[in-house]
Design a protein around this ligand. Structure first.
Ligand code: UDX
Length: 444
């Protein structure tokens, strides 16, 4: 079927390429002219493992096209997917819905030309958004010509292609049989590839809620293991052994029990705050979600304190080496990255302090966020270069290649020998044998 995807970001682009690979005719729409012109050359605009190859293949086959024209995408489409951003309001933290509503309003003028179109909210949207989008469109389009559904996405950044083709479940919030039929036709090829995958048909509001509930629960699970890591540091237990013991219980499961500096990214922080906001709008006090938000924010500050504590007061102009800037390995995305937040906390604490940074994928995105510290940040081309003259080496993102850092040369390159390893990528015994002080997460 012909599918229009509005928004070519971390959700829209992998979804569009994935649906094209499944055999659908996909048109991706974006207002961003430079993004669209890059995509029209068959080039990806974001880093995702495997996406570039799939885009090139389907672009060459004519299965996917890119345009800034809403009309070109929407006219003739059986399904129009809204995959635009819903960033948190800087003060209230509620989801900013303007891009969703602008897309709905703009597409409405073309839907009238179609016999029947399903409009799917794939962006993470507050509960009840489907009703609002429906009434927005109904101002210009006869009700029998369209349905609005919720079609939440569960892709992880860095694994978007993998997750698209290996979903645990497909959640559909549709209120009519006609809409359910279109969605089944859309995903039929994917369900064939994944017989164990469940296509879960629920109400629109339940579907919108499932997204927030899932992300908030995962964030809570991560914060829990991070608090257990603190507990292990005090009691001499090993967080990985504890996580292994917990994860063998099928009711807990082994996933998302990796300790770190705190969770980040463009989803967990946004979605937990949005859920808390919606709860408070309904006079509900969701204490667990609030504790996760506040605890995670505090953890990121605590990680910065660990770095500053490791610095020997003697250095007039301390130098901190930072490995990793992306919010997690496998992506170039620095949005709400704990690594970036820790780095900024450290820079704020002492105007005489400078940093040397390296990230395999996220340097360009990080530079945009670090412009105000220009003279105090040295952008390095390798982990070894970061160590040159540094007093403390902080590991903030779990890029596997950081495990291969030659600790002996690091010891020779650094001015002082302190390691604050917020992802436990380096070997504590090797570090200490080379004269480093070493502080990991949830381990001795
Ligand atoms: C998340 C959800 O996983 C995904 O289903 C949803 O569609 C979007 O939000 P994403 O934000 O891309 O995906 O990344 P994810 O892999 O979930 O990691 C989020 C944050 O949690 C990262 O900062 C990561 O480092 C951290 N994390 C994750 C941990 O600290 N420990 C873990 O065990 C897992």
């Amino acid at each position: 079927m012909k599918v229009a995807i509005i928004g070519t970001g971390y959700v829209g682009l992998p979804t569009g390429v994935g649906l094209a690979e499944l055999g659908h005719q996909v048109v991706c729409i974006d207002r961003d002219v430079s993004k669209i012109s890059t995509l029209q050359e068959g080039k990806v605009t974001l880093y995702e493992e495997g996406l570039s190859e799939l885009l090139k293949k389907n672009f060459a086959a004519g299965n996917i096209t890119f345009t800034t024209s809403m009309a070109d995408g929407v006219v003739g489409a059986q399904l129009v997917v809204i995959a635009v951003g819903t960033p948190p309001h800087p003060v209230t933290h509620e989801a900013d819905m303007r891009y969703v509503y602008e897309a709905a309003t703009e597409m409405a003028q073309y839907l009238q030309q179609n016999s029947y179109t399903v409009v799917a909210n794939k962006s993470t949207v507050p509960v009840g958004t489907g009703d609002n989008v429906e009434s927005l469109i109904a101002k210009n389009v006869a009700q029998e010509k369209f349905d609005v559904i919720s079609l939440p996405e569960f892709l992880r950044e860095g694994y978007a292609v993998h997750d698209f083709f290996h979903p645990d479940r497909i959640v559909v919030g549709a209120n009519t049989e006609a809409a359910k039929k279109v969605v089944y036709e859309l995903y039929q090829p994917l369900l064939k590839l994944n017989p164990q995958c469940k296509l879960l048909q629920v109400s629109r509001r339940s579907s919108e809620t499932i997204k927030y509930a899932s992300n908030s629960f995962l964030a809570t699970k991560i914060h829990f293991i991070n608090e257990m890591a603190n507990f292990c540091e005090k009691t001499g237990a090993n967080i990985y052994e504890v996580a292994a013991g917990m994860g063998l219980d099928r009711r807990i499961g082994p996933s998302f029990l990796s300790p770190g500096p705190g969770f980040g990214g463009s989803c967990f922080p946004k979605d937990t705050m949005a859920l808390d906001f919606m709860a408070r709008q309904n006079n509900l006090d969701m204490t667990l979600v609030q504790a996760t938000i506040n605890g995670n924010n505090q953890r990121i500050k605590d990680m910065a304190t660990r770095i500053l504590t490791a610095l020997d007061r003697a250095e007039e102009h301390p130098v901190v080496g930072v490995l990793g800037l992306a919010f997690k390995n496998g992506t170039d995305d620095c949005r709400v990255s704990p690594a970036m937040q820790i780095l900024q906390e450290v820079l704020h604490s002492n105007s005489k302090l400078t940093v040397r940074v390296f990230d395999p994928q996220a340097m360009d995105n990080a530079k945009l966020l670090l412009e105000s510290y220009a003279t105090r940040v040295t952008y390095c081309h390798s982990a070894e270069e970061v160590c040159q003259g540094a007093d403390v080496l902080a590991v903030l993102t779990e890029w596997p290649q950081f495990r291969d850092l030659d600790m002996k040369s690091a010891a020779e390159l650094m001015r002082q020998r302190h390691i604050v390893d917020c992802r436990n990528m380096l070997n504590a015994d090797t570090a200490r044998a080379l004269g480093f002080t070493y502080r990991g997460i949830g381990i001795a």
